[in-house]
Design a protein around this ligand. Structure first.
Ligand code: AHM
Ligand code: MG
Length: 344
């Protein structure tokens, strides 16, 4: 047993005490995210059961309409966050436009960007999925509704970012940047509290020799990308080898493993998705900040993902995320035009 039980609320308050000028708003915002995560977690855990209990039509056992879980998660987050006076607007993968704060509620200083349920196509096969969140300070003066310029900020400007993974247990992992570190909390469902289980997460160094990518797209990749993976496999004269491949296809799960064990997660550009698949604002940037704060790196293949200023709410990016040395290696391969091995 740990010598001290620390709830997420206690942890957030302790962190805030280190910033004497803090208003408490930011802590309350993180607290509300944790609350939404608990509600989503409950529903995700029930998802299989709802099917078993015969939601043959569109209603569940209580006679309520069964919603798609990603729509449910979206609604939970919006309802948990819109009325508390912390936010000036929100952005979600599930909404094309900015989600405004209803006029009847106070406007705040922060922007919340989120993917309510990433990897939700995995839910029917009981594979872990997740919620991803990113928080920025508004760029415009307070008192007016948030606008595009508040949302389209570079990742390094995030005040906090994190994810919730709904797996064999539910965990919330968040960071307020390199100085604050990365902390993981496991939900104890018997008391309904997130308890600090993984303080100050650092990506292991040396990392596990794991690469993670959807190899079915090999034929659609650039030569540099193909040779990088050849290197991990130790084939086609690229040297290297000795790696394991792990790809869940649920980004939060793949990134969570990468954070705890090390390795390289990739979603490269390819001929079908020339700009990559993953979204900058609520997938790549927040997970990139978590990774960087744990001692790793996140790149689009040539530059740091956290330096990129997006032009649209739903911009996509190629992504290479994980142990710094492996992200560097990926960049070297992608720059390289000709064959020849690299050491790793
Ligand atoms: P989504 O936002 O529509 O759920 O898509 C994102 C997911 C990620 O979780 C995962 O890394 C990726 O899509 C998997 O894509 P693919 O099936 O092409 O490998
Ligand atoms: Mg997503």
């Amino acid at each position: 047993m740990r010598s001290k039980v620390v709830t997420i609320d206690r942890h957030i308050i302790d962190q805030e005490r280190r910033h004497p000028g803090a208003s408490g708003r930011f802590s309350a915002l993180l607290y509300d995210i944790a609350l939404a995560a608990k509600i989503i977690s409950r529903e995700v855990n029930m998802a299989g059961l709802i099917d078993v209990l015969g939601a043959t039509g569109d209603t569940n056992v209580q006679g309520e309409r069964v919603q798609k879980l990603d729509a449910f998660a979206q609604e939970v987050i919006v309802k948990a966050m819109d009325h508390a006076g912390h936010l000036c607007c929100m952005v979600s993968e599930e909404s094309g436009d900015i989600i405004p704060i209803p006029k009847r509620f106070e406007l705040g200083n922060y922007v919340l960007l989120f993917d309510p349920l990433d990897g939700s196509s995995n839910i029917n096969v009981n594979v872990s999925i997740g919620t991803i969140f990113s928080i920025h300070h508004r760029a415009s003066p307070r008192g007016v509704p948030g606008a595009l310029a508040d949302c389209l900020q570079a990742g390094y400007r995030q005040l906090a970012a994190g994810y919730v993974i709904y797996g064999s247990s539910t965990m919330l992992v968040y960071t307020t940047g390199v100085e604050g570190g990365v902390h993981g909390f496991t939900l104890d469902p018997s008391i309904g509290e997130f308890l600090l289980s993984h303080p100050r997460i650092r990506i292991p160094d040396p990392p596990a020799r794991i690469y993670s990518v959807n190899e079915a797209y090999y034929a659609r990749w650039s030569r540099g990308q193909q040779r990088l993976v050849d290197h991990f496999r130790g084939v086609n004269g690229e040297g290297g080898g000795g790696y394991k491949s792990r790809y869940i296809g649920s980004m939060v799960s793949d990134v969570h493993r990468t954070l705890l064990q090390g390795g390289l997660f990739m979603y490269p550009r390819d001929t079908k998705s020339p700009g990559g698949k993953l979204r900058m604002l609520y997938e790549a940037a927040p997970l990139g900040l978590v990774c960087a704060a744990a001692g790793g790196r996140a790149s689009d293949g040539s530059r740091d993902v956290l330096d990129i200023v997006p032009e649209g709410l739903h911009d996509r990016t190629p992504l290479y995320l994980g142990s710094a040395g492996l992200v560097d290696l990926a960049e070297r391969y992608l720059r390289r035009k000709r064959a020849g091995g690299f050491e790793s």
